[in-house]
Design a binder for this molecule. Structure first.
Ligand code: NIG
Ligand code: FE
Length: 416
């Protein structure tokens, strides 16, 4: 792995540390003017001013350079909640929603998650790998260097395994790193509708052990929501996962408060995600237990609900906030973390600094990767994004365009 020096930056902006930033710390961003970064062996070896770099190490004329062109360097974006391995597409449902039908009505009439389950079951692993790779190309273009990816459109042993294998295969051939989550409890498959208990048995007794044995996932997740999986069912699934080493995270309180946030706190989950309908008690429980809230404003936007998670109350209570795309074909069809960052500023009321921390360090921490990625500091992996902008404010200020002019992954320029 060769070295790389990045110079001619007007600004470098990064959160610091390897643990989640909460409360006022969420807005604490270190800024360097006219910065330079030296990457060695895929990691960051120096961060500081260009003058200091040459004073300490000499001119280093032989080392390859990335010209910052007066732009801004930020950490590679981390997307901690996606549903990447799906087949098919649901624009007809989108059209119905534009005519006023609700997401829940569409699901109740056989569409929604189950429509994607049918298409994903019909696809083979190779097809899924191609689909995931294409989505990863888009993510990289938009500055994401690490993402989480869930199964959950297979809903039986073979098809859940197929999705998780596709995640592994696509990630191994692509600069973007994926961390896999088992989400067999995304919905009850049609063949188990009148015997839900058996599906839970299948998850806990067959799918979880097999996924753990093949090391196909790091996390387990459940859609804990009224009409999907109850609190007790969710607890059972997540406890079964934890027994096999799959750390819990969950879809919580998206449409109604069903106690998902409190369950996340009770289980010491790595994150509670969505939280649009979270209660005050839920917020308190998250704050006390240190669970990260992963907010998905793209989902509120795409579902046109004009109803966003209470981000300011969460921050004031001391809950660390991370941001994610929720990339999926039904409720948030986007790979764009910059879009999510802009929505977080415009609709969740985050400052640009809070949003930047949420999309980098806090996102990395809730994937268990806070020591490795999420900030530009000596010793961390050199995953970096160059913006064609004089400072990080442009992430929201200049919205709706792709400002990313280069991406560095493990010290190598992978997009320019
Ligand atoms: O995170 N909330 C549950 N699952 C997805 C939606 C998946 C779909 O509609 O296909 C979500 O929003
Ligand atoms: Fe989701």
């Amino acid at each position: 792995m060769s070295d790389l020096i990045i110079t001619n930056l007007s600004e470098l902006a990064t959160p610091t540390g390897s643990t989640p930033r909460r409360g006022r710390q969420q807005a604490s961003i270190k800024r360097y003017a006219r910065a330079a970064v030296w990457c060695r062996g895929g990691r960051i070896a120096f961060v500081g001013s260009a003058e200091e770099l040459s004073a300490r190490f000499g001119p280093q004329a032989e080392i390859p350079r990335l010209d910052g062109n007066g732009g801004t360097l930020i950490p590679g974006l981390v997307d901690p909640h996606t549903h990447l391995p799906w087949a098919g597409s649901r624009e007809h449902e989108f059209a119905q929603r534009l005519c006023g039908k609700s997401y829940q009505d569409i699901a109740a009439s056989g569409g929604g998650i189950l429509a994607t389950v049918r298409a994903t079951r019909d696809a083979d692993e190779e097809e899924l790998v191609k689909l995931v790779s294409k989505r990863l190309d888009r993510m990289l273009e938009l500055g994401t260097t690490t993402a989480e990816a869930k199964s959950g459109y297979g809903l039986n042993l073979d098809d859940e395994l197929k999705q998780l294998r596709a995640i592994r295969a696509a990630s191994s051939e692509h600069p973007v790193d994926l961390v896999a989550t088992l989400l067999a409890a995304h919905e009850t498959p049609p063949e188990y509708l009148d015997r839900r208990g058996y599906y839970l048995d299948l998850i806990c007794k067959e799918i979880v052990p097999r996924v753990a044995e093949e090391k196909l996932a790091v996390f387990s997740d459940v859609f804990c929501e009224q009409g999907i999986f109850s609190l007790e069912e969710s607890r059972r699934v997540l406890e079964a996962g934890a027994e096999y080493g799959l750390a819990p995270r969950l879809h919580a309180d998206e449409f109604v408060d069903s106690g998902g946030a409190r369950l996340a706190a009770e289980l010491g989950a790595l994150s509670a995600d969505h939280l649009i309908a979270v209660s005050d008690a839920g917020i308190e429980a998250l704050a006390e237990s240190g669970v990260t809230a992963v907010l998905l404003p793209g989902t509120s936007f795409f579902l046109m609900r004009h109803n966003y998670a209470p981000a300011r109350r969460l921050i004031e209570a001391g809950v660390p906030i991370a941001l994610a795309t929720d990339c999926n074909p039904g409720s948030s069809h986007t790979e764009s973390m910059p879009m999510v960052l802009a929505l977080a500023v415009f609709e969740l009321g985050l400052s640009v600094e809070e949003a930047l921390t949420a999309a980098t360090l806090n996102a990395a921490c809730c994937l268990g990767l806070g020591d490795e990625i999420g900030s530009i500091e000596v010793g961390k992996r050199a995953d970096l994004v160059l913006l064609d902008a004089p400072n990080a404010f442009h992430l929201a200020y200049h919205y709706g365009v792709n400002l990313i002019s280069a991406v560095v992954k493990n010290g190598m320029v992978v997009k320019q």
